[in-house]
Design a protein around this ligand. Structure first.
Ligand code: FE2
Length: 446
């Protein structure tokens, strides 16, 4: 090995500290798609990553992109400098030169440092790619009491609002969930899906650095599944899925080459990223044949099995689409699939699944709903968090009996802090804007 694989100088970038003091972007812009389209047509970055994906107490996943069919070598070390994993993979045009890595047999609660390098002389991972360096800390083992801080958000600009990522870093989130329209793609063309995902991971400097430091989980909503208000009848959806798999590093993606649903456990929290697109409208609902399905049979089976098996005090069910009538003429909200939603809630109540909370995005308004105890046997909260860009839709600030709070606020993300270290598990949900201001907050137990 060359000395490029020596333990990197990690103090060179005091990233989190710098992020906390970074400038704030204020004001609003026009419609997001127009803003992204107006951005200078900078050539797409050839080398992407390292980008961390799923990290749990025993494994870590990441990907990178290097052009030209080069070999990429990953070396992972513990803090004692010992090499715990060394892997080499070759990039290929078949996967748009994206290279996934999966590392197993890690130890809970440990910090690891990794280095990517390319074959053939100069390492293509230069300064713009954090010199190929990445670091992550595995969470505690699932049954160990712990406190975890996670970020969630939807509707993101690939080219603007880097300062929001600085705020996310300043909040010391240990991982981030992208809940759809992350990014906007609006086509089913494979090359354009790949290009949009390259642009997303390769443009904003703080996001690029953050992706070398914390895990990112992703799902899609409509704009990253073909077009506005899209559904499972989308032609060439296999191509959209292929680009998603190439440019994310999750532990699993649906089953049998269908869908991208996945879940992960971190401390006292388990998060389900439910696929609300792949199966939607593709046939009659398993809950009521008079309605079309949203989840599909296989995903519903998976959801039941994994919810039943979960020992997490807090179980967060996420979809891009909101869990109540959205308030416009589009069909992509849970009221369209009310039979499946009500069957899901009835099953949760019957099975006495505790600690469930809903999260959604999509509507360019942030909201907090409490549905009361009749749905699942205890107060059911929904957090709507949207948008991370600045284009709000005040018309979707609609009335609803469950509404506690609602605000068309630009540049928002949700911070969840959950702990089971005390006598009773506690979760705090906080909506935070680009200035770092708390715009709403609540607490729940389990
Ligand atoms: Fe959106």
């Amino acid at each position: 090995m060359t000395d490029k694989l020596a333990i990197p100088h990690w103090n060179r970038r005091e990233f989190l500290g710098a992020a906390a003091g970074s400038a704030v972007v204020a004001g609003s812009v026009g419609p997001l798609l127009a803003a992204d389209a107006k951005a200078p047509a900078a050539p797409l970055r050839e080398v992407i990553g390292p980008v961390l994906g799923h990290v749990d107490h025993a494994s870590a996943h990441l990907f990178c992109r290097v052009p030209g069919g080069l070999e990429v070598t990953l070396v992972l070390r513990g803090l004692d400098g010992q090499v715990v994993s060394r892997q080499t993979t070759t990039s290929s045009a078949a996967h748009d030169f994206c290279v996934p890595f999966a590392i197993k047999d890690l130890v809970p609660g440990q910090t690891y440092r990794g280095q990517l390098s390319t074959s053939g002389g100069t390492n293509l991972f230069g300064e713009e790619n954090n010199d190929g360096q990445f670091t992550f800390t595995t969470p505690a083992a699932p049954e160990t009491p712990a406190t975890v801080t996670l970020g969630l958000g939807s509707c993101v600009s690939s080219t603007e609002f880097d300062a929001l990522w600085s705020q996310i870093a300043a909040q010391k989130v240990e991982g981030f969930c992208l809940l759809g329209d992350t990014p906007y793609i609006d086509t089913n063309d494979l090359a354009r899906n790949r290009a949009a995902r390259r642009k997303f991971w390769g443009t904003l400097p703080t996001l690029r650095t953050l992706a070398t430091q914390i895990p990112f989980w992703n799902t899609w909503d409509d704009h990253d599944f073909g077009k506005n208000d899209s559904d499972g009848l989308m032609p060439k959806k296999e191509d959209i899925r292929q680009a998603f798999l190439e440019y994310n590093a999750l532990a699993s993606y649906g089953a049998d080459d269908a869908g991208i649903y996945t879940s992960f456990r971190r401390g006292p929290v388990e998060i389900w990223l439910i696929d609300d697109r792949w199966f939607s409208q593709t046939g009659p609902s398993w809950a009521d044949p008079a309605q079309k399905t949203c989840l599909g049979e296989a995903q519903w089976q998976w959801l039941q099995e994994t919810l039943k098996a979960s020992t997490a005090p807090f179980k967060i069910l996420c979809t891009g689409m909101v869990w109540y009538p959205k308030g416009n003429k589009e069909k992509d909200h849970w009221e369209t699939y009310s039979a499946e939603r009500e069957a899901m809630f009835a099953w949760i109540k019957e099975q006495k699944i505790t600690g469930v909370m809903l999260v959604s995005g999509d509507i360019h308004v942030s909201r907090h709903h409490t549905y009361g105890p009749e749905r699942v046997g205890y107060p059911l909260h929904e957090c709507v968090v949207s948008p991370m860009h600045a284009s709000v839709i005040p018309a979707l600030d609609v009335q609803h009996p469950a509404r506690i709070w609602s605000k068309p606020e630009p540049n928002v993300f949700l911070k969840l802090v959950a702990t089971n270290k005390g006598k009773k598990p506690k979760l705090t949900a906080t909506w935070i804007n680009i200035k770092g201001e708390t715009i709403h907050e609540f607490e729940m137990g389990a």
